[in-house]
Every structure is written in C-alpha cells, then in structure tokens.
Write a new protein. Structure first.
Length: 190
C-alpha cells in the first residue's frame, strides 16, 4: 500500500497536470496505455483537480493527434513507418487504412471513444490526406467528451474511487493492461 499512497501523493501535486498532458500527448502518437490511466490518480488524490486534468488530457490528446496526423501526411516514409513497425505492424496499419477508407468519420469516432489505437488512425488520416479540420474537429469533440465523462465520474465518486484504488491497485493495473491489449486485438480483428 505504500506504493499506492506514494503514487496518490505525487499525483496530487499541481505539476502532475503537465504529466497528464505529456502522457496523453504521447499516447496519441505511440503509447498503448489508455489515457484514463493517467487521469485517474490526480483526480482521486484531489477531486478539485478534475477540470484541469480533464482539460490537460483533452489538449494533450488533440495535439498528439495533430502530430500523428502530420507524421502520416509529411513524414510517413521515415517517422511513420518507424512508429508503425516499432509500436504496431504494417499489417495492422494496412487494416487501419482499409477501415479508414471504408468508414472515414465513423472510424475517427470509434478510435476517439474506445481503446482502439487512436494513433494508427491519426497517422492513417494524414497518410490518406483526410481533411485535417474534419479529423481534428471530430477528434476534439469525441476525445474531449470521453475524458470529460471519465473526469466527471472520478470527481463524482472520488472518495469511492480512492478506496477502490487503494484496495484493488494491482488488479486495476492488470485490468488497464488487458483493456489496452483488447484494443490492440480489436484493431487486428477489424
């Protein structure tokens, strides 16, 4: 329990909002950890941090999505291929590309609100020259809505969430890893 208490104490620091921003930015480009994992500790440490943390997550995600889009648009042959080969596979990217061609905005919506890897779709959107403003607009609306719902629930049930995290830290950590794995698996199936 010392690890959980230390984590909650560190995440309660106001500078941790920048950590959330940075980690969600990275998640939109190459990390395969759901952003809610980064949002949860600071909000359950101090429920007054729900709005700043939610805004940081939304802005970090949107900027990361814009960078991933730009990589797909201008740097696909170098950075894009490297990211895909190191954090996914070209086969997964081909599947993402096919899904994006067939479903467009629906795929942006699905990747914005589910654990399906958003980064592959963002790179794919840039690679396919999907209209940037449409991509960023749909992403901003639905990623922000997803984070706002999580932020509100954590704010509303902060005391319960704090007790649950302290009691079930390791199972919850494993659950988050499984959810990330399911998102990757879902991506492979589609």
């Amino acid at each position: 329990m010392k690890l959980v208490d230390c984590l909650l104490k560190k995440s309660g620091h106001p500078a941790f909002t920048w950590v959330v921003f940075f980690l969600t930015f990275c998640e939109s480009i190459f990390l395969f950890i759901p952003p809610e994992v980064f949002m949860t500790p600071p909000i359950i440490a101090d429920k007054k941090r729900a709005i700043p943390v939610t805004v940081a997550a939304a802005l970090g995600s949107l900027l990361g999505g814009a960078v991933a889009y730009a990589i797909g648009l201008w740097l696909f042959d170098s950075v894009g291929v490297w990211l895909i080969q190191n954090f996914a596979s070209m086969e997964k990217f081909a599947v993402a590309q096919d899904m994006f061609i067939r479903h467009g905005i629906l795929i942006i919506f699905i990747t914005a609100v589910t654990p399906v890897p958003y980064k592959l779709m963002a790179i794919c959107a840039g690679f396919l020259h999907f209209p940037a403003l449409v991509f960023l607009g749909v992403s901003a609306i639905f990623r922000t809505m997803r984070f706002a719902i999580v932020g509100f629930l954590l704010w509303r049930f902060q005391a319960h969430a704090n007790a649950i995290v302290k009691k079930y830290f390791w199972p919850l950590t494993l659950f988050a890893i499984v959810i990330a794995g399911l998102g990757i698996g879902l991506m492979m199936i589609m």
